[in-house]
Design a protein around this ligand. Structure first.
Ligand code: PLP
Length: 411
């Protein structure tokens, strides 16, 4: 008989899929960003000074001082989410060119939960998920738990037949395509109409769902709105019940992320399964927060979003000006029309992670190396700069120092 063990060794107990849940190599470096003397372009979060604090305070007070609303807000509720909020989202989606009704909407705890649930519903181990290169790190983390492999949208030679054959050779199928079409995290890029149509055409050829992550969509500073992929597909397929696009929305980037309220909008056949997943996962998102978000957005969502645009636009402009003024020749960067990020491609041979190491030590400036956003570890001479959290002066100064460091590394 084996001798009883006093202390448990946890590493023996994890299921195989847990091996994919790894902290990234840059995590240790990013911990340094928490130090107060660091100028950080690493975050990907909204500026808390722009939260509608007064409004939030007053709606919570209103809900909790109303006996009926107060009791409902603290009670268990349905997994689909708070019906008045879902009705508001129906109107919002109609404005995005996606006619739907309340049964097409489920409230999720942030859009991140939607990404996890979709991975859970679609991915068999070894299946292929098609992603942009680079793509949102949090999506890779959500999907990784379900053990996919990744292939890249728009890659050379990426015909439907090749995607399908390589997925089969790897022992699975193409499970879905994941796209952040507007002001993407991390690239800041927006897909044009032709690119959106090309992804939809590919998805039809492969007959796979498309996950449209619209996290930043409302934060457009200039240029012209490009139709949501959901709206293109709903129009082409004859209605939401026939559409292959699953739209993930969120109030995190517009109202505030801490309340954790997002949504999925899709065909009922799919939404029904998400509701069951939600029931099993957390029963429902916090009702009090859903009620608060409903009051906040129904009393002036557009007006509130308009208060966010000028400061974020000025910070984007400050960053683009500073990059133009200080980056050495051979450096290129994206010019986002909205959102929170600029993607910088460094002169050949300069590694984003090495630059971070030196920049933290020598300049006390932080950012995220681009390799973190690549499922296959490519794009190493890239970095993501966030401008939503710094003042214009901080951006000008920080980027100037970073540019000087890149020039020193090149020399
Ligand atoms: C592209 C993208 N999708 C989804 C999310 C998740 O946001 P939330 O869960 O707060 O809605 C983020 C957050 O940074 C993001 O950048």
């Amino acid at each position: 008989m084996l001798a009883p063990r006093v202390a448990i060794d946890w590493s023996e107990w994890f299921a195989g899929r847990v091996s994919r849940m790894r902290a990234s190599e840059i995590r240790e470096l990013l911990k340094l960003l928490e130090r107060p003397d660091i100028v950080s372009f690493a975050g990907g979060i909204p500026d808390p000074a722009l939260f509608p604090m007064e409004k939030i305070r007053s709606v919570y007070t209103a809900i909790l001082t109303d006996p009926v609303a107060g009791a409902a807000s603290l009670q268990y509720s349905v997994s689909e989410g708070y019906a008045p909020l879902r009705r508001w989202i129906v109107e919002y989606m109609a404005g995005r060119g996606v006619p739907c009704d309340i049964d097409n909407i489920v409230i999720t705890s942030g859009s991140q939960q939607g990404l996890d649930f979709i991975g859970k519903l679609f991915v068999h181990p070894g299946d292929t998920v098609l992603v942009q290169e680079p793509t949102y790190l949090g999506a890779l983390q959500a999907f990784n738990a379900y053990e996919p492999r990744y292939d890249t949208l728009f890659r050379a030679g990426g015909t439907p037949a090749v995607y399908r054959a390589q997925a089969m050779a790897a022992g699975g199928r193409v499970a879905f395509a994941y796209v952040v079409p507007d002001f993407a995290n991390p690239s800041g890029e927006t897909l044009n109409l032709a690119e959106r149509r090309a992804i939809l055409a590919l998805a039809r050829e492969l007959d796979v769902p498309v996950l449209e992550d619209a996290a930043y969509e409302a934060l457009r500073f200039d240029g012209v709105t490009v139709p949501a992929m959901a709206s293109l597909d709903v129009a082409a397929s004859g209605g939401i019940e026939r559409s292959r696009v699953i739209y993930c929305g969120t109030f995190s980037k517009t109202v505030c992320p801490g309340l954790r309220v997002g949504w999925i909008c899709a065909a009922r056949d799919f939404v029904g399964k998400i509701v069951l997943t939600k029931q099993a996962g957390d029963l429902h998102s916090a009702t009090l927060n859903q009620m608060a978000i409903h009051r906040i957005v129904s009393e002036g969502f557009d007006a509130h979003v308009q208060t966010l645009i000028p400061p974020y636009r000025s910070r984007r402009d400050a960053m683009l000006r500073a990059l133009a003024a200080s980056m050495p020749a051979g450096t290129t960067w994206s010019r986002p029309e909205g959102g929170m990020f600029v993607w910088v491609t460094l002169p050949a041979g300069i590694d984003g992670a090495e630059l971070l190491e030196r920049s933290l030590l020598e300049e006390r400036i932080g950012f995220v190396p681009g390799g973190a956003f690549s499922p296959n570890g490519a794009v190493r001479n890239t970095i993501r700069l966030n401008y939503s959290l710094q003042t214009e002066a901080g951006i000008s100064d920080g980027v100037a120092r970073l540019g000087a460091l890149v020039a020193r590394m090149q020399a």
